[in-house]
Design a binder for this molecule. Structure first.
Ligand SMILES: N[C@@H](CCC(=O)N[C@@H](CS)C(=O)NCC(=O)O)C(=O)O
Length: 211
């Protein structure tokens, strides 16, 4: 399999963790999101993902999967061990709720293309953009902090999709200097996950394209 990734992309980071946890080997193809006007806009990549975003996973069959959560759920279907969603329906819904706060409510407002639009098109100054970024992380993290009870992972004794979304979002929050003092449970779940080799290997700084 080929994973089209960018070291700093938190959506790609989620998929890297899943592939590592499942022990599924993959070749990494770096798509630099800012160099040359963004390599995600080159025709070769647009042919793979018309949405012009990473991650994209090309399977051995040639099929192309996009959208990190869809990719992770596919991996969980074809390689069920270790499971990334609990067997119990109620627990699954709770895990998905945490994952979706990150993937649907925080990340889309704060990803590169949204921040570039604020800056280049709407002409906001950098301090306003930083305030926007912090605001949406804090909104989402306030909810997650109230919803989790790390034991030691976000939703219990096993790593779940919630952790796969949370850890990259914590990385982003730290990079953009969002204070995390108000979120001890999130910080604890993040620390527990990062002790695992699958998470450590997926860290942005451990990628071949890291800068
Ligand atoms: N919902 C998508 C989000 C993908 C996404 O927005 N990826 C960002 C990097 S984290 C990207 O490729 N951005 C390209 C750009 O900003 O032009 C997913 O979960 O895969």
């Amino acid at each position: 399999m080929k994973l089209y990734s960018y070291f700093r992309s938190s959506a790609a980071y989620r998929v890297r963790i899943a592939l590592n946890l499942k022990g599924m080997p993959y070749e990494m193809v770096s798509i630099h999101l800012t160099k040359d006007g963004g390599q995600q806009r080159k025709p070769e990549f647009v042919a793979l993902n018309p949405q012009m975003r990473v991650p994209a996973l090309v399977l051995d069959t040639g099929d192309v999967l996009t959208q990190s959560i869809a990719i992770i759920e596919y991996l969980d279907d074809v390689q069920p061990e270790p499971p990334l969603l609990p067997a119990d329906s109620l627990a699954r819904a709770k895990v998905r709720a945490i994952a979706q706060i990150v993937a649907c409510d925080i990340h889309p407002l704060n990803n590169l293309i949204a921040l570039q639009y604020l800056k280049r098109t709407l002409k906001h100054e950098q301090p306003e953009i930083d305030a926007w970024y912090h605001h949406w992380v804090i909104e989402g993290f306030n909810a997650i902090e109230a919803m989790i009870a790390p034991a030691p992972y976000a939703c219990g004794a096993h790593v779940t999709l919630a952790d796969l979304c949370l850890v990259p979002q914590v990385f982003n929050a730290r990079r953009l200097k969002v204070p995390l003092d108000a979120f001890p449970k999130i910080v604890a779940a993040d620390a527990a996950c990062l002790k695992l080799a699958a998470f450590d290997k997926a860290r942005p700084e451990n990628q071949p394209d890291a800068e």
